[in-house]
Design a protein around this ligand. Structure first.
Ligand code: ZN
Length: 877
């Protein structure tokens, strides 16, 4: 029997010590705001280096709060040029840190403030900043306080009226939330526009854009027959690359009506693409602002994955209009209320637009690659965190992706109809409000009549549950007993854990017949252990468990020889079938990494079967034969030796590549449609082509290089081209340098493609990569000012398990240097580079020590931001 229960305990460390300068914010300290701001009027006099902001707030005491006379207006890096109360200059105010605190004696006042900011100097890209000659904003989570003084918290909702004035030649387009109500021209080449947003919103949803932009315009007629004008704003030269985003937007609007009954509510929906952006995109009411990477695409410069990401992110931000904007969050601890739910919604959209099975596999792959390590490391936190130092650090895979898994479990337990009734009630009940995760669950409960209280622990308890599963079969009696148990390892601040309700879609597959001999049922593990009996079995049963990945857990199954191989061939659930393939690969990889001689044959046979199957589509085949990433293998080992893991994976690739050369070559040369064909079949064929190429290169590097170069040269699309180059960068020989140069020279003027050029090289699996990455950091096209470029090099390098964890420690030093340098420019992005350095506890002693040293160097560097301080200090304990 192969027992794969190999996972070590997570770090059992306590929480990080408090910082003298960076305060911890706690969920339990939440108090309603003392003052409300029903209305705000903003007047911007815009300039790249100087923007004047006049703000007029109508404030009233919150009847639901017990607060006093002090109105606290948050500010970050702002100086008030003047403060007026009810039209009179006031000096009844003082600064408290960055905040402006005004003393008011009545219950309702008008408070006016003037500030001046320098968008060109704003390298943090939070608040109002300059990018490529345009002006734009990013206010979530706490960026509005860098524009003007305001109660910058999501439970203060205001109606916005905004006037913008600017040089018409430089900024012909002026946009903000809501609808335009008036425009005009002034002397000196100036023009102005006034807009109004009828929907009260928190400050984090405010947005403004000014620049020389052109629109791809279209329209959508809503289910009640209202025509909505749609526009995607980009620089003129990029207009031809906006078609896919526009198609995705219309498909999203239609899908949200059909699947959630949600209709768009303004007459106008704008999207703007910006090339300097901290995250993927932002759901500002009526004016979504996007990282250009999630808007611009054509087949020559964007891969199929890029196209899919654009659809996903466009949908995600659009869906926020209801799950985020119409119903927002009471406080930032509730972030998953909008993000987990909205990720769940965009996953459903993508599943409906393509193959649901493949989409599920992709989502779980990401979850395992990013969220599982987070959940077992020093930065582990619950889906609804209890405390933070810097909220930007909590836009995590746990809040987003595990949060989405939680919503999926609710739907699994309730069934689709009751779940939909629940979301209908949630939107109706909390429309216009700032709600909590508890409010969401309550709506599901009230609409369905189902008690979900036991599930709430998924919001508060961190860590990935580990499930032991064993099926005992009694052939004489024709019965089987399924024995399940659960365990959650300690996480920082949570030394002991409670049991969790774990819904496992489970079936039995007949070993001979390959059919379901016990139909699928939902097995709930809600205590430490659980037993399930099966009767009337006429053949040996194979356990098909956590089908569709119904719970975000790790299953440690005891499997007989041959069991996984048979399941990989027959399981009636596509996800479980994929899972059997993965487990087969894991068995070989873990044996190899532990220095045992693995048996490659079962996986070779399973991959051959998969490739030769007439019933499976190419996209599924590609996922099924893709070997687990080294970092994911590392997660399953007690002590990580990256060289051993790498060697084991290379050995397995070689074995597969040699044994299956003919089958892989056939898949690598298969063609379906042109490079512009985005049908699932064409995309799947391309994906399988490059995955096959990777295995061929593993078995025969010289032949792999030849084939890859041929694929590269012949490519009429970026998917094949990038796929080939991604193989070539890890190989030696002349093809590598030739292809890299050709790629660079051809796309030199396309920043999104040059990002790929950096990322591919930083991900290369060869010993020279360290030198190369250091060289790339001083390449003229490299800059830490641009988040996409910084991520392309630093993010990809940190994810390159084998090279980053080089025994010399050079990789650690390089990343630490990058973090320290980037922190002075853009703390949010710098902090996102830290997590790979926090894995030191898992590694063999030499690397562990070297990694820790670099982490300490980061934590001790002077003038550290809150962002990096939090990530580095929490990673040290
Ligand atoms: Zn979101």
């Amino acid at each position: 029997m192969a027992d794969v229960r190999t996972l070590p305990d997570a770090e059992t460390a306590p929480e990080a010590p408090p910082s003298p300068t960076h305060a911890t914010i706690r969920r339990e300290d939440y108090r309603p705001p003392d003052w409300l701001v029903p209305e705000i009027a903003l007047n911007f006099t815009l300039g790249i280096e100087r923007t004047r902001v006049q703000s007029k707030l109508s404030v009233m005491r919150n009847p639901a709060a017990s607060g006093g006379a002090l109105l606290r207006l948050n500010g970050d890096d702002l100086k008030p040029l003047g403060v007026w109360v009810d039209g009179q200059t006031s000096d009844a105010w003082e600064m408290d840190g960055g905040d402006l605190v005004v003393t008011l004696d009545g219950d309702a006042h008008e408070v006016a403030i003037e500030t001046e900011i320098n968008p060109a100097a704003n390298s943090k890209l939070m608040g109002l900043y300059a990018s490529n000659g345009m002006l734009c904003t990013q206010c979530e989570a706490e960026g509005f306080r860098r524009i003007t003084f305001f109660p910058d918290r999501p439970d203060v909702l205001s109606k916005y009226r905004v006037r913008m004035e600017a040089d018409e030649a430089k900024f012909p387009i002026l946009l903000t939330n809501g609808n335009p109500i008036a425009t005009g021209k002034l002397d000196g080449g100036l023009h102005w526009a006034e807009w109004e947003d009828p929907f009260p919103k928190p400050s984090y949803l405010f947005a403004l854009v000014a620049g020389d932009l052109k629109a791809n315009r279209d329209s959508f007629t809503t289910m009640s027959g209202r025509k909505v004008d749609l526009a995607i704003w980009v620089r003129e030269a990029d207009l031809p690359k906006t078609q896919h985003a526009m198609g995705s937007l219309k498909a999203s609007m239609d899908w949200d009506e059909r699947v959630y009954g949600r209709e768009y509510d303004l007459d106008l929906f704008n999207i703007v693409a910006v090339s300097d952006f901290n995250m993927g995109a932002m759901e500002n009411k009526g004016l979504n602002i996007f990282n250009s990477a999630y808007v611009l695409a054509d087949p020559d410069t964007a891969t199929d994955v890029d196209f899919d990401n654009i659809s996903r992110v466009v949908a995600h931000e659009y869906f926020h209009n209801w799950s985020g904007d119409r119903v927002t969050c009471r406080d930032w601890f509730q972030l998953s209320l909008k993000e987990g739910f909205t990720v769940f919604r965009d996953q459903g959209f993508s599943a409906d637009m393509g193959s649901a099975a493949v989409k599920r596999i992709e989502d779980v792959r990401i979850l395992r690659m990013v969220q599982f390590p987070e959940d077992s490391g020093p930065l582990a936190h619950p889906v609804r965190p209890d405390s933070y130092i810097e909220i930007s650090n909590f836009y995590t895979a746990t809040v987003y992706n595990k949060g989405a898994e939680l919503i999926r479990m609710f739907r699994t337990v309730l069934g689709p109809e009751k779940f939909r009734a629940g979301t209908d009630l949630y939107f109706e009940r909390h429309d216009g409000q700032a709600a909590t995760c508890d409010d969401f669950v309550k709506s599901l409960e009230d609409a369905s009549g189902v008690d979900l209280s036991a599930f709430k622990i998924w919001y508060s308890q961190a860590g990935t549950p580990q499930i032991g599963a064993r099926l005992d079969y009694d052939p004489d009696a024709g019965t089987a007993t399924l024995l399940l148990d659960q365990r959650v390892a300690p996480t920082p601040g949570q030394p002991s854990k409670q049991t969790m309700p774990i819904p496992l879609r489970t079936a039995l597959i007949g070993e001979e017949s390959g059919t379901e001999i016990a139909p699928e049922q939902l097995v709930m593990v809600d205590g430490l252990s659980r037993e399930v009996q099966f009767e009337g079995l006429k053949e040996a049963p194979l356990l098909s468990i956590n089908r569709g990945f119904s719970a975000p857990v790790v299953i440690h199954g005891s499997r007989r020889d041959g069991e996984l191989e048979r399941l990989a061939q027959t399981d009636t659930d596509p996800f479980a079938r994929y899972e059997a393939m993965q487990e087969l690969a894991f068995t070989a990889l873990l044996d190899g990494a532990r220095g045992e001689q693995p048996d490659f044959e079962p996986l070779i046979r399973a991959v051959r079967n998969t490739l030769q199957s007439n019933e499976l589509d190419p996209a599924f085949k590609a996922e099924a034969i893709l070997l687990p990433q080294e970092a994911v293998v590392a997660e399953r080992l007690e002590v990580v030796d990256p060289d051993a893991i790498h060697a084991a994976r290379e050995q397995l690739r070689a074995a597969l590549g040699m044994a299956l050369f003919d089958e892989l070559s056939k898949a690598q040369s298969a063609v379906s449609g042109s490079g512009a064909d985005l049908s699932p079949l064409a995309k799947g064929t391309r994906r399988l082509r490059t995955v096959s190429l990777g295995l061929i290169a593993g078995g025969n590097p010289a032949e792999g290089a030849r084939l890859a170069k041929a694929q590269f040269d012949a490519a009429d699309n970026m998917t094949d081209r990038q796929g080939a180059l991604g193989i070539l960068v890890s190989l030696d020989g002349p093809e590598r340098a030739d292809a890299l140069k050709a790629f660079h020279d051809r796309f030199e003027n396309d920043p999104l493609v040059i990002d790929k050029w950096f990322a591919l090289q930083a991900a290369a699996q060869r010993p020279g990569t360290l030198d190369e990455v250091e060289r790339l950091a001083s390449h003229p096209a490299f800059t830490i000012q641009n988040p996409n470029r910084l991520r392309a090099l630093g993010g990809s390098f940190g994810a390159n398990h084998w090279v980053f964890n080089d025994a010399s420690g050079r990789g650690y030093r390089f990343l630490a240097d990058l973090v320290i340098a980037a922190d002075k420019i853009n703390p949010q992005i710098a902090a996102r580079l830290v997590p790979p350095l926090g894995r030191w506890r898992r590694f063999e002693p030499k690397r562990s020590e070297l990694m820790r040293e670099q982490l300490e160097r980061v934590a001790n560097s002077r003038g550290l931001s809150r962002d990096v301080y939090e990530q580095a200090s929490k990673s040290l304990v």
